[in-house]
Design a protein around this ligand. Structure first.
Ligand code: BG6
Length: 287
């Protein structure tokens, strides 16, 4: 492990499971090396912005329930092989911490994951993925996907952001008015066009075609999700029945979060030519 500044402390909340705890004037946060996963982020003067389940399992191979899972190189089910892990290979393995800086106004972390025999067994591509996280008054997360191989690869993915809300019943999401979507909750595939704000009434699992900023209000604060390199926005909440079956989420906690994901979903695949790369980035601001 590389040396870290004084504001970044290495902890082990579970055996062989390192998590960085950040205690900085601008924010407090927790970031796991497993999945290069921002678990918690609380800018100074605010309540925690991300939801992380108190029942999440911290174990190699199991995705953390909450924070910002990096879903890559495919979003949700694998396009042709349902036996492959949902949401790809990035969130289920340890990444390497390759840089860590106290930038004064924020803390910067860099994680890398490269193709190896274990990844080729699931996804037979050469790749070099880099996650850069900047934690301060705002949160920036970027995923750069590089192709060091000799054949192009095609990918989807998401920065699957679990936003903490006071009560899902009071949530309104703005910024997607007029965007077309496909509602996929309960295995459906219903197309629609958003009219006005989104209100969440039960399970919702929509893929919006959108490059716009989304604004989330819950009556106590406003969160903005700005994005770059992303043609899809996913809006997901499991609702009461699915939440009760998830196993790593308290049954009532579906009320405590809404996922608004900076994504490129199926239908908005990105092809990376040899030697090229793509950047997917989100910036979260609170007011
Ligand atoms: O339980 P998982 O694998 O973390 O996935 C959670 C959800 O993630 C969302 O991004 C998908 O749109 C949902 O379909 C999926 O159920």
């Amino acid at each position: 492990m590389i040396a870290t500044p004084a504001c970044v402390r290495l902890t082990y909340p579970a055996k062989d499971y390192p998590v960085l705890e950040i205690d900085h004037p601008s924010c407090r946060a927790r970031v796991a090396l497993h999945g290069a996963h921002v678990m918690e982020w609380q800018p100074a003067g605010h309540e925690p912005v991300l939801y992380c389940s108190p029942e999440t399992v911290l174990r190699e191979g199991k995705a953390i329930r909450g924070g910002i899972p990096i879903c890559w190189p495919w979003f949700n089910a694998h396009p042709t092989d349902p036996s492959k892990p949902a949401h790809g290979i990035a969130r289920n393995r340890f990444w390497q911490l390759t840089d860590s800086q106290d930038g004064g106004e924020s803390v910067e972390l860099r994680f890398e994951l490269k193709s190896a025999d274990a990844t080729r067994a699931i996804w037979d591509q050469e790749f070099h993925a880099i996650v850069e996280v900047r934690l301060g008054a705002e949160l920036h997360v970027s995923l750069s996907s590089h192709n060091p191989g000799s054949t192009p690869f095609c990918m989807t993915g998401a920065l699957h952001t679990y936003l903490a809300v006071d009560d899902i019943a009071n949530v309104e999401i703005a910024g997607l008015d007029g965007a077309s979507f496909v509602e996929t909750a309960g295995g459906r595939r219903e197309p629609g066009v958003q009219a006005g704000h989104i209100k969440v009434e039960g399970e919702i699992d929509r893929i919006y075609a959108s490059t716009s900023t989304a604004t989330i209000r819950d009556g106590r604060r406003t969160l903005q999700i700005h994005k770059h390199g992303s043609a899809s926005t996913i809006v997901w909440n499991p609702g009461p029945e699915k939440a009760a079956n998830l196993g790593d989420l308290p049954a009532e906690d579906f009320r405590r979060f809404i996922c608004v994901e900076t994504a490129n979903a199926p239908g908005a695949e990105v092809t990376i030519e040899p030697g090229a790369h793509h950047v997917l980035r989100t910036r979260i601001a609170v007011s």
